[in-house]
Design a protein. Structure first.
Length: 233
């Protein structure tokens, strides 16, 4: 590890699983009994906005009851102590990395605790509901939607993610199935750029073959162990 200076970490639903937030897979490919196509696409929102807004209102309320686990806290410790570049790219829309204490976090799939006004294009912090069509705090239009990237939409800040990879020596993927693109393709980019690659996951994923090394186990065990190794070494 001594030659490692700059690190990019990709996290997925698996890192929040032990905080009590279901992964997509553990729910059998359903989210709260809903098919993805019915709640997590722009088409679903046009077809049945009430269903979609109610679904996200429920999830927004639920994540506020959850607390960060030892894996989130270990990454926060790494963030605090690591002198080189570090970027935690998360696919998660919960805020457990931030509440665990991490600062260098990029939400490529948006955030439950933000609402996006499609009239003025401003994103506002949001803890309450959207089903009641509240006004945008900036322009007053009643056109707020969850600030979550739906299937078929472009993830946020891909340019920044690729720039961080170009500067990095190590890419680490934690608790993600390697099924959702373009996040799943980041390991290939990392390999093409010559980075070391490490996967930490409960079980082997669709992307495991792309990594130099895969360590299996629950995130609350394998992540603190890896962080201790990096900071100790
Ligand atoms: P996924 O559900 O497809 O895969 C979850 C992965 O986590 C699997 O590889 C599984 O082996 C692993 N996992 C499960 N429990 C774990 C544990 N205790 N420790 C370590 N790993 C564990 O999730 P994904 O790959 O992130 O992709 C699905 C999409 O849905 C993403 O956009 C994702 O962020 C989103 N999503 C987000 C949340 C959240 O914000 N917490 C929850 C569910 C889904």
């Amino acid at each position: 590890m001594s030659q490692i200076r700059n690190i990019v970490i990709l996290t997925g639903a698996g890192i929040s699983a032990e905080s009590g937030i279901d992964t997509f897979r553990s729910a059998g490919g359903l989210w709260e009994q809903h098919r993805v196509e019915d709640v997590a696409t722009p088409e679903a929102f046009s077809r049945d906005p009430d269903l979609v807004l109610r679904f996200y209102d429920m999830r927004r309320a639920a994540i506020q009851e959850k607390v960060p686990n030892a894996a989130h806290r270990a990454l926060a410790e790494l963030d605090a102590q690591w002198n080189g570049n570090l970027l935690i790219v998360t696919q998660n829309v919960d805020d457990l990395h931030e509440r665990g204490g991490a600062r260098r976090v990029l939400h490529m799939h948006g955030e439950h605790l933000k609402a996006w006004c499609t009239s003025c294009d401003i994103r506002s912090h949001w803890r309450g509901t959207l089903i009641d069509r509240p006004c945008c705090p900036v322009c007053q239009a009643r056109t707020l939607r969850p600030d979550v990237v739906w299937f078929g939409e472009m993830p946020y800040r891909m340019g920044e993610i690729h720039a961080a990879l170009r500067e990095a020596d190590l890419f680490v993927s934690i608790g993600t199935s390697g099924a959702v693109y373009p996040a799943a393709g980041l390991v290939r980019t990392a390999r093409e750029l010559g980075l070391q690659t490490l996967e930490l996951n409960l079980e082997r994923s669709q992307g495991s073959n792309w990594f130099h090394e895969t360590r299996l186990g629950p995130a609350t065990e394998v992540v603190p162990d890896w962080v201790a190794e990096v900071l100790g070494g």
